[in-house]
Design a protein around this ligand. Structure first.
Ligand code: P6P
Length: 340
């Protein structure tokens, strides 16, 4: 049976061969990223066993307490990616400013934006967490990349993906030719093709995924939308299950494989939403759309948003087209259309 396994390395190479003009740079980038993922997997897997948990006492740019694994993951990704000669600049959730390529290394034509360990507040509870990455082609000249290279709309991404460290470690990515999932076999240290050509099921499972605790902080339209899913709004609906992990990668991965709607709306504390555009919403939106779904901020396609700052936030609705369309209509005040 083993002779039929497809490793991630083989798969990436085969994908590259389908693009005659490919230089191999993107292939090398993705390969380097998977090496970082293996190191993070190793530390996350034993996090409960060594004193790597607990808080460093230092905050990140968003004032959130930083878990030691956050710092480790950030450093692992940076150190795996800084010397390959394929990147001109990086940006991370854990750093306020740009991450330039050290001067002793060559630079290249690509840009990496990443959230090294999203959901890290769940680390102590052994809940799935993840690394999210977005890759663009640079749009400036010169050795070093700039903010302009980072502030590109999501539809220009050349690759996007995430690694989920859960009951198993899964890497899901797209380069614009479908979505493919790989599961790490720790016994051989290889990611093996486990989910070729992922498509969001149509119709998807009737699942909505949102932090209901924020209900009172939402707009009227947003409250109406969730009441429809609950079946308590007096306008039909209902028949949905509510699932919410509170770890974006876990909630998204379930939505990708089972269907439904994930939403993190704006609220009166976060008028622009909580999730970040460049290294959370944008890469997941590309994956979602490549898998046949849709991703909006409530009215605009996530992939069409022109970024204005590195860590800007956005409301996020993504999953089956049917439910994203319903959310869009409701938030626009068009009332609740009759869903399935
Ligand atoms: P809330 C985790 O802290 C995170 O950034 C995402 O992974 C997750 O989707 C969201 O925040 C959860 O936020 O406010 O529901 O706890």
């Amino acid at each position: 049976m083993d002779r039929y396994v497809v490793t991630l390395g083989r798969f990436i190479l085969e994908q590259e061969r389908e693009h005659p003009g490919a230089t191999g740079a993107l292939t090398n980038l993705l390969y380097d990223l998977t090496q970082a993922a293996k190191l993070i997997h190793r530390e996350v897997s034993k996090a409960g066993l060594v004193d790597i948990l607990g808080k460093t006492g230092k905050g990140n740019v968003h004032g959130e307490e930083v878990q030691k694994l956050d710092e480790y993951a950030h450093e692992v990704v940076f150190n795996a990616m800084d010397h390959g000669g394929n990147l001109c600049v990086m940006a991370s959730e854990e750093e306020e400013g740009l991450l330039q390529i050290p001067e002793q290394f060559p630079t290249g034509d690509y840009v990496l934006l990443f959230d090294p360990l999203d959901g890290s507040s769940n680390i102590d509870a052994n809940i799935s967490i993840g690394t999210i990455f977005s890759i663009h082609k640079r749009c400036t000249e010169g050795r070093d990349g700039s903010l302009e290279d980072c502030l590109q709309p999501g539809h220009r991404q050349v690759a996007a993906g995430y690694v989920m460290y859960g009951s198993s470690t899964v890497l899901v990515y797209t380069t614009g030719s479908g979505v493919h999932g790989f599961t790490l076999d720790p016994s051989i240290g290889e990611f093996l093709l486990s989910h070729p050509e992922i498509r969001i099921p149509e119709p998807g499972k009737r699942i909505y995924s949102v932090n209901e605790g924020n209900f009172s902080t939402w707009s009227t339209g947003q409250q109406q939308l969730v009441e429809w899913f609950r079946g308590t709004g007096g306008n039909g609906g209902g028949g949905f299950s509510h699932r919410y992990v509170g770890s974006l990668v876990a909630d998204f991965h379930r939505t990708l494989l089972y269907g439904g709607l994930f939403l993190y709306p704006a609220d009166n504390r976060n008028p622009d939403g909580k999730l970040r555009l460049l290294y959370e919403a944008s890469p997941l939106a590309l994956i979602c759309e490549q898998a046949g779904g849709r991703a909006i901020d409530g009215s605009r396609e996530i992939l069409a948003i022109e970024p204005e700052s590195l860590h800007q936030r956005t409301p996020l609705y993504m999953g089956n087209r049917e439910w994203v369309d319903l959310a869009e209509r409701t938030l626009a005040g068009e009332g609740m259309a009759v869903g399935r």
